[in-house]
Design a protein around this ligand. Structure first.
Ligand code: ADP
Ligand code: MG
Ligand code: ZN
Length: 609
């Protein structure tokens, strides 16, 4: 609080100045001249005085002998009166020239005012100082309607895309935003509507905050950073006021970026009653939506937000015109990890034996933040050993340190786990590639995402909203692929397949009860679905059929699953060698893109069911 110190300094200075002033006017009385009054009277009677100059109580006595003497008279009495009391004869006095000099008015008034005003001034000073202090405190107490927004000047702590390793696709998408912020006119002139909201989704530490700052740095615009939890305080209505304040401030600085971090803190789905209906949160969220809706077409403001819980976000946030631009930040794969390590190794003195590629191989499941932390720990290790450089062993040692960190252990996998996951995903992808009706494999990865140890991404080659029964059957077989691969390879099962089985069961049930795709039951649908808000978005089916029909449905579901299971077994047993090749490639590279994958398996003859 430098202002407080400044005030304090002023008060001290003023007091000091006053003290000097008063002390100079209140000098202790000088030894009262060279003569006293009776001596003066004698001198006058003897005719030895020519002139007396009176200035206040000070007398300047000019003698006939050209001497100047000083004397002081009594303050209350006049000079002539005093002298006549001292028996100076009138005739003797008439021979003396008496000149009265004005006392200087300034010193006269100061002499009167200072003794009266000084205490007053001191009191005023003290009161002023204390109120100033109290006001500082009060400002804080009454400032909760103002957003505690951190404005990063573009020039200071500037982060650019060069400081973000990997995340190529995310950067590509954001380049467009940067271009708009740099030259908005180009877009506005051509009538383009610019996205208002960009939502960055990704697990903690994947670089969402970093990327948002990099966008601001690239575009060289002000960056307003606030964490959503800061909107919500114990006072109702504060959040909405803060949102208003934030947008107002940012609009003044436009073109600019507003970055709302951890938006799930307020952007949770409303009205589910889950997590406690929180009125304040809803108001805050509504205010954000209102602000974003109120943007003019030429508002050069882009709202970025980050979350690691995109699944719980309110759908109103995701509507067009709001956060309609969504960017997913994946956990880094092996080569991305290597480049992140390279980036963070720049300012650390690494010895030549450090092989970052090997470190990347050893760190599946590490996020960007984990990797940054890893190198930092390695440097700490080296420093503890009083070394000036970091060697390979230091980095290896710190892997364990970071892995054993409580929150991370679940996401980071052992080599055995990695192998199982590789075979599991190889199973999915192999079945998908072997079935003509299945969508082509887009990406296979054993980089953990959330609960899943890995994933196989299939994307339809063309947009089709209608799906055939044989496509569904292929999907079911692909889902069983992971389970079958694990079982055939290791003779054992892990919990990794449970999610697949669950999905397969519900898909098979839907085929029977909703799509009428069972031969035996035919074109009937069962179960009315309604959204029950207190269960979140889960669909709760109301049972509206007989027990006998329920048994029949269960049988049919079972048959679908059995068929899929058999298909998967047939494919995987006949292509065991290929399964192994895919799994090994996954263990080595962790992620196989479409081209790599199809190059690996070569020209597969589709296995027709
Ligand atoms: P998030 O907001 O997604 O939780 P951050 O953006 O705060 O993660 O990232 C934390 C730190 O991790 C960053 O400051 C940076 O040092 C490091 N980091 C994360 N991802 C990357 C990346 N892709 N490239 C370089 N550093 C990264
Ligand atoms: Mg963050
Ligand atoms: Zn699976």
């Amino acid at each position: 609080m430098p202002k407080l110190y400044k005030n304090f300094l002023w008060v001290v200075l003023i007091l000091f100045g006053l003290t000097i002033l008063t002390s100079s006017t209140y000098e202790p009385a000088k030894p009262s001249g060279d003569i006293n009054l009776s001596q003066l009277a004698e001198k006058i009677n003897a005719g030895g005085v020519e002139k007396i100059i009176v200035a206040g109580n000070d007398l300047e006595v000019h003698t006939t002998g050209e001497e100047i003497l000083r004397a002081r008279k009594e303050p209350e009495a006049g000079l002539t009166e005093t002298l006549s009391n001292l028996k100076v004869s009138a005739s003797a006095l008439s021979g003396v020239e008496i000149e009265v000099k004005e006392e200087s008015t300034a010193s006269f008034w100061l002499g009167i005012l200072i003794p009266t005003l000084l205490p007053l001034l001191i009191i005023i000073g003290i009161i002023w100082f204390t109120t100033q202090r109290a006001k500082g405190g009060m400002n804080q107490a009454f400032s909760f309607g103002r957003a505690n927004v951190k404005r990063l000047q573009a020039s200071k702590d500037r982060v650019t895309f060069n400081d973000v390793a990997g995340l190529k696709e995310a950067k590509q998408e954001l380049a467009e935003i940067v271009d708009f912020l740099k030259s908005p006119k180009k877009y506005l002139d051509i009538g383009a509507k610019i996205p208002r909201g960009v939502l960055l989704m990704g697990y903690p530490g994947t670089g969402k905050t970093l990327l948002a700052r990099a966008v601001a740095g690239e575009a060289n615009v002000p960056f307003f950073h606030i964490s959503a939890s800061e909107f919500v305080e114990m006072f109702v209505g504060v959040g909405a006021a803060r949102v208003r304040d934030l947008f107002e401030t940012a609009k003044k600085a436009a073109p600019a970026i507003i970055f709302i971090d951890e938006i799930d803190a307020i952007g949770r789905e409303r009205g589910t009653g889950l997590g406690g209906g929180h009125d304040e949160r809803e108001q805050t969220l509504n205010q954000i939506l209102v602000e974003m809706d109120g943007f003019e077409r030429d508002t050069k403001l882009i709202v970025m937000a980050a979350t690691n819980r995109a699944d719980v976000l309110d759908s109103a946030l995701l509507r067009p015109g709001r956060f309609d631009r969504r960017i997913i930040l994946d956990a880094p794969d092996i080569s991305e990890r290597e480049s992140i390590l390279k980036l963070h190794a720049k300012n650390k003195p690494l010895e030549t034996d450090v092989d970052l590629r090997k470190i990347a191989q050893r760190t599946p499941g590490f996020s960007g933040a984990d990797l940054a932390n890893l190198l930092n720990e390695a440097a700490i290790f080296a420093a503890q050993k009083n070394k000036k450089t970091v060697n390979h062993q230091d980095v290896l040692d710190s892997i364990e340190k970071v892995m054993l960190g409580p929150a991370r252990s679940s996401r980071i996998v052992s080599p055995k786990q990695k192998e199982i996951t590789a075979y599991h995903e190889a199973g999915h992808s192999l079945v998908a590639a072997s079935l003509k009706e299945s969508d082509p494999v887009h990406k296979v990865s054993i980089v953990a995402r959330g609960n899943a140890g890995g994933y196989t991404l299939k994307l339809p080659s063309e947009d089709n909203n209608l799906k055939t029964k044989s496509q569904f059957m292929a999907d079911l077989a692909v889902m069983m692929g992971g389970y079958v691969a694990e079982k055939l390879t290791f003779g054992d099962l892990t919990t990794g397949a449970s999610n697949d089985l669950e999905n397969a069961s519900s898909l098979a049930r839907a085929l029977v009860t909703r799509y009428g795709m069972s031969e035996k039951i035919g074109p009937l649908t069962f179960g009315k679905t309604n959204e029950m808000s207190f269960l979140g978005r889960n669909l709760v089916a109301e049972k509206s059929y007989s027990e006998a029909m329920a048994i029949k449905i269960d049988e049919e579901v079972r048959k679908f699953i059995d068929d899929a299971h058999k298909t998967a077994i047939k494919i995987i047993t006949s292509r065991k060698k290929l399964l192994k090749e895919i799994a090994n490639a996954l263990i080595e590279k962790e992620t196989l893109e479409q081209e790599e994958f199809y190059a690996l398996i070569g020209d597969l003859k589709p296995i027709l069911r």
